[in-house]
Design a protein around this ligand. Structure first.
Ligand SMILES: [Zn+2]
Length: 915
């Protein structure tokens, strides 16, 4: 339950697995440890006055007395103190004073509180050899209250009759069952329901697109099934509302039923709203859900355990998850959320800070997949006031230290199972504050497939079978990119510039998202008998969405400077080059592009062939848009099992399958065998779409893939002619139609997720999106279409767009309302089904035919080619735009009409169901 834990991070702040930053000295049983043990004892004894005995002569006794009352409150049953950081104390001789950062767990029965304190300590002279330490100052930094050690109450049980538990789109019914609860002082916050024979659940999402996914999952648009046991979490204040007393009667607990309930409770209590406190406590500590939130682990007969959650901290606040198969079945905003106007993730708008610049110093040991890094982040606070920052960093990477110019040495904390680091600021930073963080980190990191942004199989089911012991025979490479979290980064993934110093052993080479600095790489001799290494410096002067690097054995084949002047000029002179109706913001434009090709040693020939193609593609796209966003591009050809690619800013990686690869992907939506330049054309288009213009939420990923796909088709036309262009469009339309029922374009990565088939994702997010753009072009005309593309691009350069921004750009240039078109083709699933009829009309002066097209399925809006077949054998094409349930058109005739055929070019994904 990533989403629930994500919500918890906000609540829990300083909690959970601390990254222990001890500085240089490892902890030993020394005087300092004894001092902290003494403090633990005082807390358990509940004696604030005794704290005064721990003070050094220089301590301010009034401050200390106030602090001791906060620290040593009454009722503490257990206290655990852990030292997290130790730094020399200003104004003391080396070894005579330290500033400690300590974490404290203070338990009061089944409740607990976590505190972080700063403790200044000084050594006092003693007669013995043992050193003795006293407190010179103290300050509370953070605290989190309200942790509960939950347990099911064995002495309390209810008989449930006609109990109905409701939440948005969910209903759990127990005609006759048993209920056990876990109490807190504020009321029960967890319950286990044991359903009798008649227990049922029903889940029916309100949004249509979500019901379609449920249908794919369950065979019908509601999940209705028998339930066995249910584990519930809710706010303690809502027990009566969740489990109405009219349905419950207190009874004598049955030990056998309790054991069954307790087993269910123990299985699930740690999975959500719970914190792992590492060395502070091995027990499960839970936070209460917020009012209105609900979590239900529902054990069903048919689907095993389904997890329903309503979580107000998520923009899409309702979800249903299949635990066994690890599939998101539903994720969507509730009706109340929609009414409040929050219909989409607005991750950027919610981001509490922006990172504007990164400086990385990372060395890689590819053989061990190990990296040692140091990252300098420059960020600016956007929220009103924050006292912590959540960065993303792979869970496997250990933070060694964090230092900030503004806040000094900082403590970081991690949440188990998450690629995030919470940095405590030891104070508040207000809006506009600039913070520089210097973070050292290291660990073993296997690169994650940048799946959602790679043109390659995404799900395990898609990958070729690799028999145990049989390894990939090609050159290995490590691609650290988006989703690997190989460097500390902002949670919003906003745009930033960067300088990267990246080091690999001399036997390896490296490519990265940036311009290779002059004189780079430098071979650095290894220390005594150690092998030498190669240090690269890359600079991303233009803002990028994320940083990527590729470590492999790469041979630099050639570099070429491509002039873009002509391409940009051709735009102004061509018919399609008319400027957008409103002047666009002036930017700095690159008049030339440095193109570099690198390849694995066996791919040199292919690499040499790729260079002129890449140069041609980049010039061509520049001639369409009037800009090339990044001044340098490295095209890297690496060996992989299947074809595909990935294209971060400044870098395009093309996967070259080996001849021995047995798996064929000819039957893939992204296979265009007649167009060998397809992969280059698609990946290079991502420099504009996906990189310079990013996508706002997963619902908008089509903007990146659809434009990349359509641009590759435009390049196919330029290089190989209209016939191939038409063939590609027909193929795209066919995939769009055949997979149309799998869900709307706006479902993004979730397309094919339930089925575990990424071809569905490519059929819709790549091909349907591209054919939608082509239909749009047919509707508003070439001029408006290409002006719309430029309006969109320049309006969003180095920023993110959503579907509405795309629509607005084309509406502005096309002068048409496109709400219905985008609603049907991007927001809606399926493709149109039509029936048509025609009859000659003889009322006018010129002969005409009346054509009537009726929409039989879901109503849509689309252009379609009408082919008139004359008696003499001649044919004539016309185009009409169908709007509304039934559309009538008058078409002029040039002779005696024999037949009319709709969509003969196959460019519209539709089905003719009658005529
Ligand atoms: Zn792509």
């Amino acid at each position: 339950m990533r989403r629930l834990l994500g919500a918890l991070v906000v609540v829990a702040l300083a909690l959970s697995q601390a990254t222990v930053t001890y500085g240089e000295q490892p902890p030993t049983v020394d005087g300092i440890v004894r001092l902290l043990l003494r403090l633990e004892q005082l807390m358990q004894a509940g004696d604030p006055e005794a704290y005064m005995n721990l003070l050094s002569a220089v301590a301010d006794r009034k401050f200390a007395r106030d602090a001791s009352r906060v620290l040593i409150g009454p009722g503490i049953t257990r206290a655990v103190i852990r030292e997290r950081d130790r730094a020399p104390l200003d104004g003391t001789l080396p070894g005579d004073g330290y500033r400690l950062m300590i974490e404290i767990l203070a338990e009061r029965g089944s409740r607990a509180r976590i505190e972080t304190w700063r403790l200044d300590i000084r050594r006092v002279p003693t007669e013995t050899t043992e050193d003795e330490w006293r407190v010179a100052g103290q300050q509370s930094l953070t605290s989190v209250d309200g942790l509960h050690r939950l347990a099911l109450n064995p002495s309390k049980a209810y008989r449930a009759r006609n109990l109905v538990v409701r939440s948005d789109d969910l209903e759990i019914r127990l005609p006759d069952g048993h209920v056990f609860v876990a109490d807190t002082a504020e009321g029960p916050t967890a319950a286990v329901l044991l359903a009798g024979d008649g227990g049922t659940m029903s889940f029916r999402p309100a949004p249509e697109a979500e019901r379609e996914q449920v249908r794919i999952y369950a065979g019908r648009d509601a999940i209705e099934t028998r339930v066995e046991d249910v584990f519930l979490r809710f706010s303690p204040s809502e027990f009566a509302a969740r489990l109405p007393s009219g349905s419950l009667t207190e009874t004598v607990p049955d030990p056998a039923l309790f054991r069954r309930a307790d087993a269910m409770f123990r299985e699930h209590v740690g999975k959500s709203f719970s914190l792992d406190l590492a060395d502070l406590s091995r027990e499960t500590w839970s936070l209460p859900p917020a009012a209105g939130d609900l979590l239900a682990e529902i054990r069903t007969r048919r689907f095993q355990t389904l997890t329903y959650s309503k979580s107000a901290s998520d923009a899409e606040d309702i979800s249903l998850f299949d635990r066994r198969r690890r599939r998101n079945i539903s994720v969507y905003p509730s009706a109340a959320r929609l009414a409040a106007g929050v219909s989409r993730f607005e991750e950027d708008a919610r981001a509490p800070f922006d990172v504007s610049h990164y400086e990385l110093e990372v060395s890689f040991d590819p053989a061990r997949q190990w990296l040692d890094g140091r990252a300098l982040l420059r960020l600016r606070v956007r929220a009103d006031a924050i006292n912590n920052l959540t960065l993303r960093l792979a869970e496997n990477l250990t933070v060694r230290s964090i230092y900030s110019n503004e806040f000094g040495r900082l403590l970081s904390l991690r949440i188990r199972g998450q690629n995030s680091v919470i940095v405590n600021l030891n104070g508040y930073a207000t809006r506009g504050t600039q913070i520089t963080l210097d973070i050292s980190y290291s660990g073993r990191l296997e690169p994650a497939e940048p799946d959602r942004e790679a043109l390659a199989p995404q799900f395990p089911q898609d990958r070729p079978e690799v028999t145990e012991g049989q390894s990939f025979p090609g050159e290995t490479s490590l691609l650290y990119s988006t989703r690997t979290f190989w460097y500390p980064q902002g949670s919003s993934g906003g745009y930033a510039t960067a300088v990267m110093h990246l080091t690999v052993p001399e036997t390896y080479q490296l490519s990265a998202s940036g311009e290779l600095a002059p004189g780079s790489p430098v071979v650095v001799p290894g220390p005594e008998r150690q092998p030498a290494s190669r240090r690269y410096t890359f600079e991303a002067r233009q803002p990028v969405r994320y940083l990527a690097c590729l470590v492999s054995r790469l041979v630099r084949i050639s570099a070429r400077t491509v002039s873009l002047v002509e391409a940009i000029a051709s735009l102004a002179s061509s018919g399609a080059g008319a400027q957008p109706t409103d002047p666009l913001p002036a930017g700095s434009f690159n008049s030339e592009l440095k193109l570099v090709v690198e390849a694995n040693p066996r791919q040199l020939t292919r690499g040499r062939q790729a260079l002129p193609v890449a140069a041609d593609v980049m010039s061509f796209y520049t001639s369409i848009i009037g800009d090339s966003p990044y001044p340098e591009l490295t095209l890297a050809l690496i060996e992989k099992e299947l074809p595909g690619g990935h294209s971060p800013a400044y870098l395009a990686v093309l996967y070259q399958p080996l001849p021995s690869s047995v798996t064929s992907w000819a039957n893939d939506p992204a296979a265009f065998t007649a167009f060998p330049e397809y992969f280059i054309a698609h990946e290079l288009a991502h420099q504009w779409w996906g990189q310079a213009v990013g996508w706002r939420t997963y619902h908008d990923q089509w903007v990146s893939e659809g434009f990349a796909q359509y641009f590759s088709a435009l390049y196919a036309r330029k290089r190989r002619g209209n016939e191939l262009f038409g063939e590609m469009l027909r193929r795209m339309a066919k995939w769009a139609r055949d997979q149309g029922k799998s869900g709307p374009v706006s479902l993004g990565y979730r397309l094919g997720h339930i089925q575990g088939d990424s071809r569905i994702f490519r059929a819709i997010v790549y091909n349907k999106s591209a054919i939608v753009l082509h239909m749009l072009r047919r509707m508003i005309g070439d001029d408006a279409f290409f002006r719309g593309i430029r309006r969109l691009y320049f309006g969003a350069r180095f920023g993110k767009v959503g579907t509405d921004d795309v629509r607005a750009a084309f509406e502005k240039e096309g002068g048409q309302d496109l709400k219905r078109f985008f609603g049907a083709w991007i927001g809606g699933s399926g493709t149109p089904a039509v029936a048509y009829s025609w009859a000659p009309v003889a009322d006018g002066a010129a002969p005409e035919v009346a054509l009537r097209i009726e929409q039989r399925g879901k109503e849509s809006e689309f252009p379609v080619t009408v082919t008139l077949h004359y008696a003499g054998g001649a044919t004539e094409d016309a185009q009409v735009v169908v709007r509304g349930p039934a559309a009538e058109f008058r078409l002029p005739l040039k002779g005696e009409l024999r037949d009319i055929v709709l969509n003969s070019d196959g460019f519209t994904p539709l089905e003719v169901v009658g005529r």
